[in-house]
Design a protein around this ligand. Structure first.
Ligand code: ATP
Ligand code: MG
Length: 439
């Protein structure tokens, strides 16, 4: 992409409404614009990152054997009356009427709808286990939408639902998602700690939240620092036995949020030098809730003995749009964002220092074409602006690599290559510069 042809409205000044770094940088880098409290338009730069995160989530869901579907955002109230949650959910759920006076709602979650789909289509244990998910916008009329996309009212969530014939296989399904979430977050450049959670309004027996550490996180977190060095965070697990062992290890170590924290147990279970008390952002949340919805909605399957039994279910959420903010909270400095390579909006920035110099522009255009051919997805800053502003914008939008070409270096066939994360700069021959990035 050429910057001059891209809708990338950066801002120099800090917007007054933004209290935390991620919100400030998302506005300044032209990633989002607010339309109403907690409701945002995603501009090209933000949308690129959001899409990359969703694609990684998708990839890992496929690896874990889940099937992607796409349920609507608008739901009829009927199923929610059946489950009893229409009244139980509270004012966070946006309810309204269509022209025929039928009560509708903008889905805050999809347990009822997926259970309805399941009960119509699946009758036998032979079709299980089954895990269905979608990545879809949700609406929750939060009391205090804040921190930009971190606590929005409209937000993008991956929500998945598992169906099993009995509790034992449902527990295995839960553990598989638990481990696959660690891998998903790792690919996003994050170490998300699983913490024992309250089961809350969705109800049920077993629940974990995944939190990333950030000073501005809304929850207080308490955990054993030994967890972060567990091999499950860095290595792929093979086979159910290895997976179950990792699950047992991670869930028996102490890790809780303020909602479930037990100070006496924390002191007793964790040696002083391993106690971490910090703040965190919830980026994922998983539940096992047994037959809560299948009982309410009559979703049964025939088991191996030919008996009809209520299906056992779990639900599994990842805050896809919240992750954009969460990753920036974890990856930034005083000059701007520092994107992890896998989700960077562009792979490399090419900065033309002097656009009215024909040689310089020709060299940049050539490099740009080569970077495109190499699959590096370059952003060429071809704007007729002072170098200072261009450097500042590049730092702000945080691409992993920036190649700068100016008339002086060009005389010797040289460009400058800068690594955004380490800040290291090197003069490199132009013909060799892309190879430095692709390795
Ligand atoms: P929270 O405790 O932060 O309000 P929740 O427990 O209500 O979240 P879940 O129902 O577990 O949320 O939703 C799954 C995921 O969706 C959460 O882990 C979070 O990452 C994301 N999420 C929830 N609410 C919001 C929101 N208002 N804005 C952005 N993302 C959200
Ligand atoms: Mg939650």
């Amino acid at each position: 992409m050429r910057w001059s042809r891209t809708f990338l409205p950066t801002m120099k000044d800090t917007p007054a409404e933004a209290q935390i770094a991620s919100h400030r940088y998302m506005l300044r880098a032209g990633m989002v614009r607010q339309n109403a409290a907690g409701i945002y338009t995603w501009l090209p730069l933000g949308l690129r990152v959001l899409t990359k995160i969703a694609d990684i989530v998708r990839d890992e869901q496929a690896r874990a054997g889940a099937n992607e579907v796409l349920m609507p955002t608008i739901q009829s109230a009927d199923l929610w009356q059946e489950s009893g949650r229409f009244d139980a959910y509270g004012p966070e759920m946006l309810r309204f009427e269509d022209r025929h006076g039928r009560t509708m709602l903008y889905g805050p979650t999809n347990e009822e709808m997926i259970t309805d789909i399941f009960r119509r289509e699946v009758q036998s244990y032979k079709n299980l286990p089954l895990n269905l998910y979608h990545i879809q916008w949700k609406f929750r009329d939060e009391v205090r939408p804040r921190f930009g996309v971190m606590r929005g009212r409209e937000f993008l969530m991956k929500d998945g639902y598992s169906f099993d014939v009995d509790e034992a296989s449902a527990a295995l399904a839960y553990k598989k998602v638990f481990i696959s979430y660690l891998r998903t977050f790792r690919r996003l450049g994050l170490s998300a700690i699983p913490m024992q959670a309250d089961t809350g309004p969705i109800g049920g027996d077993l629940s974990h939240e995944f939190l990333i550490q950030a000073e501005t996180g809304e929850s207080e977190v308490f955990f054993d620092s030994a967890i972060s060095s567990d091999p499950a965070f860095t290595e792929d697990l093979t086979g159910d036995a290895e997976l179950e062992a990792a699950f047992d290890r991670l869930t028996s170590a102490y890790a809780r949020t303020d909602e479930t924290h037990d100070a006496a147990l924390f002191d007793q279970q964790v040696p002083t030098d391993r106690r971490v008390v910090s703040r965190g952002v919830e980026v994922g949340h998983i539940f096992y809730f047994g037959t809560k919805y299948s009982d309410a909605l009559g979703a049964t399957v025939q088991n191996a003995e030919g008996k009809d039994v209520a299906v056992h279910m779990g639900s599994y959420g990842i805050g896809v749009s919240r992750l954009v903010g969460g990753i920036i909270e974890a990856c930034h400095d005083e000059n701007g964002i520092i994107w992890p390579t896998e989700i960077a909006p562009f792979g490399v920035g090419i900065l033309n220092l002097k656009v009215d110099d024909a040689d310089c522009t020709a060299a940049c255009d050539r490099l740009y074409a080569q970077a495109q051919a190499a699959g590096l997805d370059p952003l060429l800053d071809d704007r007729d602006m002072r170098p200072g502003g261009k450097f500042a914008d590049m730092e702000l939008i945080g691409l992993p690599w920036v190649i700068t070409i100016g008339p002086r270096g060009l005389n010797d066939g040289m460009a400058e290559l800068k690594n955004r994360k380490t800040g290291e700069k090197h003069d490199v021959a132009i013909h060799a510069v892309l190879a430095k990035i692709t390795g």
